[in-house]
Write a protein of this length. Structure first.
Lengths: 159, 767
């Protein structure tokens, strides 16, 4: 299949690539760039494990064709910590035990970060509904919600 | 708890940073140079003869490197179907290509000529003489044809109080068919204690009902995956997302007829398992065969859809249950007849039907269970395999009895619970377990005793028991010249077990938790370890780790006695240093100094070894209370409160234990309220998250967990396995709460809104 030129900015690094139009952003991140922190859980946009942030919005990267992301700023789980410091959302997931097997965790952290950036003042109930696109099978969500509320509080008070 | 400094404390897990930064390496993250992508070719019919498989069009596709069928399995052991398929999605062939899309396209180009056969998907249909026979053997003593015992037949004819359609259908069929034979039977299990007929005769109240529990998928978030690499010498390396690398090693060796030493299995970080991640054929063997054929590494990764069609989910079942009790609340007899949907192969956890006995003093018990073949994939373990199904029946019926005799459901359970030394029906005598403590704890925490409910609100309670497994394991621990310690073992971390092992080592060596690191070896390097399932890891590997640390501890004291020129008996290891206990002049040497001393003299590295096989486990109880509100218009049930207590023996890492309780409870909630693998004439019809709904954070409130600690005599620090018990009572907890809210007893799960609306309408409560 013919390949098209694609320019992606991923975690601040520019990548100029030749990509088949049928390849998803998820496939390019994982198989071409080698950033495997973003997970494939369903390939149908239903589980949220592949959530990344594109131009500030959380998206399921299995539902995005890579060619349509050309020229956009993409942040993956690998790009969240800076200067050796974990992002407050990452730290909160550790503090509260908001992960178990960890497979859904990158997606949850990216989705949570985007939600908190947009509005850190959501209530628990609002976060519960806003995170309804991400599936976790291990935690029962109780400790994930604790993590998100703790991170939101941290970001609110230090912003 | 205060006598310990590291165990019993909440600590951040050893894998915390790699899990929140995306660095943890799961199966599909392995990408050796030159890797090809495998794809399994699957049956498009649920039951069919295979006339031919034509791979010629697929072979022409550029990028295709190999196509294999059963002809390519040198051992002849069944990996792919040949002449007949028994379920939708059954593997027929596999492709390896340079790109995943090419592999998928090639798989679609393979032409299979089917002769479609009649399909049977329902266990009650499958046991009838008119059913298609999956395995063909119709001889009187054939393995899939069983004579019905007189006792069971009598039970199935006892119509009193049973309004179930399922059993009425069976009843009519049996009446019409005098042969007294069940068909498509894969296995059977029978248990009897006391005399149930006598027990029912002496009972004031007898309740009988039929419970239908659906097949559900474990739905671990990481689909099955393996990467295999066969080198030119014949050595095979398999990166496997599995609960049991050693079982995968022996499984591959057995299937392919090659020596164990020729296979190295590297367990990758596991994206959930819940019992479903032990199967060897699913992806591992096809990956190995494709790598052998191409001489290149091959990854075989299932899609979510393939997980639903060819995973190994939990079996559904039909359980007919009958319970007799006296008006003053004593349970006298219980009798069960169960048909478990085993799918195309045997393996459903039919022995778990015995769990209908619960934790109660039931003097008369009879349990008959059959595994039944249907046109579905085979089944596997799912978190306390078989127990949620049996306990749903048992605990639902207990509430019906309590209601008939006018007794509070918690009090009724407390009154009948076994105590230390009581006989376990068909199973020895009861050890000390916190049954009553756990139920009382959840009742107190939930506010059961002064509970209130508005209209359409209700409260439900149930308990479930489970006993952790046990198996062999080995652990080495090394103490280094900087005072740190390193653990080496071969057990897969199952959401926190590496952390528990590290805590135990730190506790015994009296060093900070942060100075202990843990490394998992592959099957070539690590000592054998039992699989990470059956809640075994903290019990088995915790005991093993304890032995290793105690061995190192002994060596430390010996070396210190040499260095400090005193008797071992005068020494104490405390705060990371060895101290002379009774010296007039206090004298001590740190572990680091001692390790350095040992390296520079004749002592050598400080290494402790632990090797463990098994010890008797102690049962655990999970007790749960839910408060719900049912909308009579939409039939939707909303959970207002969900409280879960569990006797965990001893919580080595309380935050991790809470996480297990919360997660297991929500899986139980999902089985009760939403999950169901649905089957039509051509197999599974809901193979994805849109049609097979699992809960999200929007579906539930906070789960309140309550830890109860009644130590297990043989557990490390008294710990019991905690992973499985919390799923066991939730199905009944929810059904009992719905019954309390709207007066409708749902015996067929899941309790979907449409079912509630229909039931309300037929009871004259139409919206």
């Amino acid at each position: 299949m013919a390949k098209l030129p694609v320019s992606l900015t991923i975690n601040g690094d520019e990548h100029d690539l030749l990509i088949e139009p049928r390849k998803t952003l998820l496939a390019v991140l994982r198989d071409t760039i080698g950033l495997t922190g973003t997970k494939e859980g369903c390939s149908t946009g239903d589980c949220g494990a592949c959530t990344v942030i594109v131009d500030g919005k959380a998206v399921t990267s299995c539902m995005v064709l890579a060619v349509t992301a050309s020229g956009k700023e993409i942040t993956t789980i690998e790009g969240l910590a800076s200067d050796g410091e974990l992002h407050p959302v990452q730290q909160a997931f550790i503090n509260t035990g908001g992960y178990q097997c960890g497979f859904c965790t990158p997606g949850f952290i990216m989705a949570s970060k985007a939600l908190i950036d947009e509005n850190p003042d959501r209530t628990e109930e609002e976060f519960r509904h806003a995170l309804g696109g991400n599936i976790c099978r291990c935690t029962g969500y109780t400790k994930i919600l604790e993590a998100v509320l703790e991170a939101a509080e941290e970001i609110r008070t230090t912003a | 708890m205060s006598e310990y400094t590291v165990v019993g404390q909440t600590v951040a897990r050893v894998d915390a940073v790699e899990k929140v930064t995306g660095a943890a390496q799961y199966g599909a993250d392995v990408h050796p140079p030159g890797m090809l992508y495998g794809k399994i070719v699957r049956s498009k019919h649920a039951h069919a003869n295979i006339r031919s498989i034509d791979t010629s069009e697929a072979e022409k596709l550029p990028g295709v490197r190999a196509i294999i069928t059963q002809d390519d399995v040198p051992s002849g052991r069944r990996v792919f179907a040949t002449d007949k398929v028994l379920y939708l999605g059954e593997p027929l062939a596999a492709v390896a290509a340079t790109d995943p899309d090419i592999a998928e396209e090639a798989a679609e180009r393979i032409k299979i000529d089917y002769e479609v056969l009649p399909v049977v998907q329902d266990v009650i249909e499958a046991i009838k003489p008119s059913a298609p026979r999956l395995h063909g053997d119709d001889t009187k003593d054939g393995p899939n044809r069983r004579e019905i015992s007189g006792q069971i037949r009598k039970l199935s004819r006892d119509k009193e109080n049973d309004h179930s359609d399922e059993m009425s259908k069976l009843e009519a069929e049996l009446e019409a068919y005098p042969d007294e034979v069940y068909y498509n039977i894969s296995a059977e299990s029978h248990t009897e204690a006391g005399d149930v007929e006598k027990g029912f005769a002496e009972s004031d109240v007898v309740v009988e009902d039929t419970y239908v529990i659906p097949r559900v998928h474990q739905t671990y978030m990481e689909p099955h995956v393996s990467v295999a690499s066969a080198d030119s010498s014949g050595k095979i390396t398999v990166w496997a997302s599995t609960q049991g690398p050693f079982a995968i090693r022996s499984g591959i060796a057995g299937t392919l007829g090659i020596p164990l030493t020729q296979i190295n299995v590297i367990g990758t970080t596991m994206g959930g398992g819940f019992g479903g991640r032990f199967g060897v054929i699913i992806t591992h063997v096809p990956a190995v065969l494709l790598s052998q054929k191409t001489g290149r590494p091959v990854r075989v990764q299932m899609t979510r859809e393939e997980e639903f069609t060819d995973g190994r989910p939990a079996p559904g079942c039909v359980i007919k249950l009958k319970t007799g009790a006296t008006n003053d609340g004593r349970i006298l007899a219980r009798e069960a007849l169960a048909f478990w949907d085993s799918g195309s192969v045997s393996g459903a956890s039919i022995g778990s039907t015995i769990r209908v006995r619960g934790v109660y003093k039931i003097p008369n018990l009879k349990v008959d269970a059959y595994g039944v073949h249907t046109n579905k994939s085979g089944t596997a373990a799912y978190r306390a395999p078989g127990a949620p199904q049996a306990i749903f029946a048992g605990e639902s019926q207990l509430d019906e009895i309590a209601e008939r005799i006018g007794m509070d459901p918690v009090k009724f359970r407390l009154m009948n619970m076994r105590e230390e030394g009581d006989a376990v029906p068909a199973g020895g005598s009861e050890p000390k377990v916190g049954y009553k403590e756990t139920l009382e704890a959840v009742a107190d925490a939930a506010g059961w005793w002064d509970r209130e409910a508005d209209e359409n609100q209700g409260w439900g309670v149930a308990v479930g028991d489970w006993t952790n497994g046990c198996g062999p394991g080995g652990v080495y621990v090394s103490v280094h010249e900087d005072g740190s310690a390193r653990i080496f073992h071969g057990s897969m971390d199952i959401t926190g077990t590496d952390t528990a092992i590290s805590q135990i080592i730190a506790e015994i060596l009296t060093v900070p938790y942060e100075s202990v690191t843990i490394r998992r070896g592959d099957t070539d390097s690590a000592p054998y370890s039992t699989g990470s399932g059956g809640s075994v890891v903290t019990f088995t590997m915790g005991n093993t780790a304890k032995l290793a640390a105690e061995d190192a501890h002994q060596r430390i004291l010996e070396l210190a006695s040499e260095r400090l020129n005193t008797n071992v008996d005068d020494l104490e290891l405390r705060d990371g240093a060895v101290h002379i206990v009774s010296a007039e002049q206090p004298k001590s040497i740190s572990l680091g100094e001692l390790a350095a001393y040992s390296l520079s003299t004749t002592g050598g590295p400080i290494v402790g070894k632990g090797s463990f096989a098994r010890q008797a486990s102690t049962p655990a109880l999970a007790a749960q209370i839910a408060k719900v509100e049912v909308d009579p218009g939409t039939g939707r049930t909303r959970v207002l409160k969900l409280v879960a207590s569990q006797d965990v023996g001893f919580a080595i890492n309380p935050m991790a234990v809470e996480g297990q309780i919360e997660g297991g409870t929500v899986q139980g909630y999902a089985w009760a309220m939403m999950e169901e693998m649905q089957y039509g004439e051509e197999g599974n019809i809901n193979p994805g998250f849109v049609d097979y709904r699992v809960p999200t954070s929007a579906d539930l409130p906070t789960v309140e967990s309550v830890i109860v600690e009644v130590p297990a005599p043989n557990g490390p620090y008294g710990a019991k396995g905690v992973g499985e018990p919390p799923i066991t009572p939730t199905l009944a907890t929810m059904a009992n709460a719905v019954k309390d809210a709207i007066g409708i007893r749902v015996t067929e799960l899941p309790i979907k809104p449409e079912k509630v609306v229909d039931a309300l309408k037929s009871n004259g409560h139409g919206a």
